[in-house]
Design a protein around this ligand. Structure first.
Ligand SMILES: NC(=O)c1ccc[n+]([C@@H]2O[C@H](COP(=O)([O-])OP(=O)(O)OC[C@H]3O[C@@H](n4cnc5c(N)ncnc54)[C@H](O)[C@@H]3O)[C@@H](O)[C@H]2O)c1
Length: 320
């Protein structure tokens, strides 16, 4: 798809971060956008930002509250879109919504683990199932599924287990790669891409807590895990109160946003350029490219402390 003007795009998780920036850049190119999120307030802000520049005559930006892990809510989103965008087709589907959390199969609760997995994997699967009929009706269409570097490297550093997110992101990558041939055989006018961002400056750390716990406060279980993680990293946690541990975790969410090597706007531009170039694999950020090369070069070493330390040094990573 060489240009987006006059097309209709669906974006999941359009409330903040990369979803918001995708919406803004698509609208700036004359594309209609229908987004969903669990936060109506954040989507209203995205819509406002899209409309800051005067929208071309007739261009539509619609917002729909829907949880991507619940198929019926996505179906409701689709039905609202058909009505409000007055269409029976869409051209672009960005399955972007995601959260972190539920890192350990041993110490996280089953509920936390499955919440992360069901949003990060289920959201992509239900997204494709729900919107495929509308994509098939377009002259040309493109499905863009957001995985992560955790779709080819299942770790976030030596001190933090990362099982639910990694399992989901590997699933997104495998599914999207297999879709290439399914589409080629059965719907050649539809293309697909898997997006694998490195560290991007967004509020995903605090948003994930909001989705998981209903606020950006840490649950008692997360406090315990944060304490253990900090202890492993050499922080003198014995003398720290829970409030101090929580403050550190909140600071970490802020630095994740502010000290990332790539901004959400830069990431959205890389993703949209990748779609225009019809690239099926879109790595986002120098850190993602470096990690991809390293994992291919030395797969047996990928989960050793030396691999991680040497990568962190090269990429300047402050994650994990
Ligand atoms: N930020 C990074 O470093 C990074 C790296 C690799 C991959 N990713 C992936 O990129 C995607 C976008 O993340 P981001 O960093 O922009 O984070 P973000 O938190 O800014 O944006 C994600 C959006 O998804 C929404 N959301 C969460 N759960 C939802 C649900 N069940 N239904 C509907 N909406 C939901 C959130 O409210 C939020 O608005 C995610 O899939 C994430 O896993 C992010």
């Amino acid at each position: 798809m060489k240009d987006f003007a006059g097309k209709i795009a669906v974006i999941t998780g359009g409330g903040t971060g990369m979803g918001r920036e995708l919406a803004r850049q698509l609208v700036a190119e004359g594309c209609n956008v229908a987004m969903c999120d669990v936060s109506a307030e954040n989507m209203a802000e995205t819509k406002r930002l899209c409309e800051v520049e005067k929208l071309p005559q007739g261009l539509r930006v619609t917002t729909h509250v829907a949880d991507v892990s619940i198929e019926d809510q996505l179906k409701r989103f689709r039905d609202e879109l058909v009505e409000q965008q007055k269409t029976d087709k869409i051209h672009l589907l960005f399955n972007n919504a995601g959260i972190g959390g539920g890192g350990s199969i041993i110490t996280s609760t089953r509920e936390q683990w499955e919440r992360t997995f069901n949003i990060c994997w289920g959201g992509v699967y239900y997204g494709v199932r729900t919107f495929l009929p509308l994509l098939l009706k377009a002259d040309e269409a493109h499905i863009v599924n957001t995985s992560s570097v955790n779709g080819f490297w299942a770790s976030i550093g030596m001190g933090s287990p990362h099982t639910a997110y990694s399992a989901a992101k590997f699933a997104v990558k495998g599914f999207t790669e297999a879709l290439i041939n399914d589409l080629r055989l059965n719907a050649p006018h539809v293309k697909c891409s898997v997006v694998m961002p490195g560290h991007i400056g967004t509020s995903i750390v605090s948003n994930s807590r909001k989705v998981m716990n209903g606020s950006d406060r840490l649950s008692p279980n997360e406090l315990l895990q944060a304490r253990q993680r900090m202890k492993l990293a050499g922080v003198p946690v014995e003398t720290m109160t829970d409030a101090e541990i929580e403050q550190r975790a909140l600071d970490r969410a802020r630095t994740f946003l502010e000290e990332a090597p790539t901004t959400a706007a830069q990431a959205a531009k890389i993703i949209l350029d990748g779609v225009k170039a019809e690239r099926w694999r879109i790595l986002v950020g120098d850190d993602a490219h470096k990690l991809d090369a390293r994992v291919r070069q030395a797969p047996d070493e990928a989960y050793s402390p030396q691999f991680y330390e040497s990568f962190v040094k090269e990429a300047g990573w402050k994650v994990g």
